[in-house]
Design a protein around this ligand. Structure first.
Ligand SMILES: Nc1ncnc2c1ncn2[C@@H]1O[C@H](COP(=O)(O)OP(=O)(O)O)[C@@H](O)[C@H]1O
Ligand SMILES: [Mg+2]
Length: 275
């Protein structure tokens, strides 16, 4: 626990970038993190610098009921990664159909992952609502919807605010108030960026949990097999850290160990009537 899923009605908005950075930043805070890729693009592994030659994965092979502990790959960031796997488009389609027919294929293993109370699970997903997302949505603690600060994303804000982008039925209802929004590639100096930001803030209120500025350093870091985990890495690095902090605060995620420290018995406190 908990399960944090990154999703969006749109592609190319920064879901994978945000999922990977939040995973690595939570690991940096001392959490044990498992990152699960639901996207046949299989791009999450690139963020973690996993070797291209390693084509094995988890969701792409879900019909064969792989064991998630065996499929998990250690990354250098203190995050264990469950890549989608390199599969051909037909297999990806068959996987989608299998999950539509039997959501438990994925929900079962994810429930097992969640049984570990000290493990944070981060999910990256393809654009739009998918059967894989439908399978895990009842288990999700926070659904982070990523949008850009552009006109096409602005048009999506009302349907994101109402969760209608997940459909009219069960999926949308299940998302409830677990859905929050992060705006990515924001340029507050540009009239459009600033107008979309203001509109989103008004429509979403406290459900807008963060904004990440447009910064070439993000794409350059990926090309360099690095992540921006130090606030000195630039403005986007600072924003990404703020997003991770906001998510941790929203879920009341205390760094492991801090609870134990706080939970001292302090016997005198009860004598003084303080406990
Ligand atoms: N804040 C940002 N500033 C500049 N480039 C970004 C930013 N966020 C993401 N990118 C770049 O945008 C592209 C799409 O991001 P990605 O995370 O792959 O989106 P998605 O997973 O939604 O398809 C990538 O090349 C990524 O490096
Ligand atoms: Mg992606």
């Amino acid at each position: 626990m908990p399960l944090i899923a990154f999703a969006s009605p749109k592609g190319g908005v920064g879901k994978t970038t945000l999922a990977a950075h939040v995973a690595a930043l939570l690991a940096q805070r001392g959490h044990r993190v498992l990152a699960l890729d639901l996207d046949p693009q299989n791009a999450l592994r690139l963020q973690f610098g996993l070797p291209m030659r390693d084509e094995a994965g988890f969701l792409g092979e879900i019909e064969h009921r792989p064991l998630w502990r065996q499929a998990a790959v250690e990354s250098g960031y203190g995050v264990r990664v469950l890549p989608y796997g390199m599969v051909d488009p037909l297999t990806a389609l068959e996987t989608t159909q299998a999950l539509h027919a039997e959501p438990e294929l994925l929900a079962g293993p994810v429930r097992e992952m969640l049984a570990d109370p000290d493990q944070v699970i981060i999910v990256d997903s393809p654009p739009g609502p998918t059967p894989a997302m439908g399978a895990i949505l009842p288990l999700v603690d926070l659904l982070v919807v990523v949008l850009l600060a552009d006109a096409a994303s602005a048009a999506q804000i009302p349907v994101v605010a109402s969760n209608r982008w997940l459909g009219r039925g069960r999926l949308a209802a299940r998302a409830g108030d677990k859905a929050v929004v992060v705006l990515n590639q924001v340029d507050l100096d540009a009239p459009l960026g600033s107008a979309v930001f203001d509109g989103a803030a008004e429509a979403l209120g406290t459900r807008l949990v963060g904004a990440v500025c447009r910064d070439e350093a993000v794409a350059e870091a990926l090309a360099d097999k690095r992540m921006l985990l130090d606030p000195r890495d630039g403005p986007a690095a600072e924003d990404l850290r703020a997003v991770a902090d906001a998510i941790a605060a929203r879920l009341r995620l205390a760094p492991p160990g801090s609870q134990a420290k706080r939970r001292g018995s302090f016997s005198a406190l009860s004598d003084w009537g303080l406990r």
